[in-house]
Design a protein around this ligand. Structure first.
Ligand SMILES: Nc1ncnc2c1ncn2[C@@H]1O[C@H](COP(=O)(O)OP(=O)(O)OP(=O)(O)O)[C@@H](O)[C@H]1O
Ligand SMILES: [Mg+2]
Length: 150
């Protein structure tokens, strides 16, 4: 079997099989959270989000596009700020948000089809931040901006 390794610094080694699905993930960082699709590691002020499947790498790429599209242009909401990313989306480094509290409830006021789990928080400036935007696309954000919802 032909396998392929993807690395982040000296902290992460992922082994992918021929279908580009990760078959092994070795990371020395503590786990902050885990969903069905990604494992999130704690880097202090930042997080490392690692795809558990080829599809999850596309969710990561979508979130990279969302951050790059909206950045800080809405005063109401943002996507987690991406600092560094694998070219194929198998991992990205983002600002850590302070999740919990009323963040999810507030995020749903703007993007009502977000998954209701621990998918929103506040950044260091207290700005509402979406950390899991699997089912949100740039065209949705275009629409919400146009309608001045966000
Ligand atoms: N930027 C962040 N700052 C702080 N915590 C985060 C961040 N990103 C993710 N997390 C935490 O890690 C958890 C898992 O991340 P995420 O929701 O992106 O993974 P997922 O596999 O897509 O989840 P799900 O299966 O719920 O769709 C989140 O619910 C959240 O608690
Ligand atoms: Mg989630």
């Amino acid at each position: 079997m032909n396998t392929f390794n993807i690395r982040f610094q000296d902290k992460l080694v992922m082994t992918l099989n021929e279908d580009n699905n990760p078959i092994q993930i070795d990371c020395c960082l503590p786990v902050l959270g885990e969903g069905n699709n990604r494992i999130v590691y704690d880097m202090g002020d930042y997080i490392l989000k690692v795809a558990k499947s080829a599809i999850a790498s596309m969710y990561n790429q979508n979130e990279i596009r969302l951050w790059n599209y909206l950045r800080e242009s809405s005063s109401k909401i943002k996507f987690n700020r991406i600092i560094d990313a694998d070219e194929n989306g198998y991992w990205y480094v983002a600002e850590k948000a302070n999740t919990g509290g009323d963040a999810m409830k507030n995020a749903l006021k703007y993007i009502e089809w977000l998954d209701y789990s621990d998918n929103a928080g506040y950044d260091r400036n207290g700005k509402l931040t979406i950390v899991d935007a699997e089912n949100v696309y740039v065209k949705d954000i275009e629409y919400l901006l146009q309608k001045r919802i966000i």
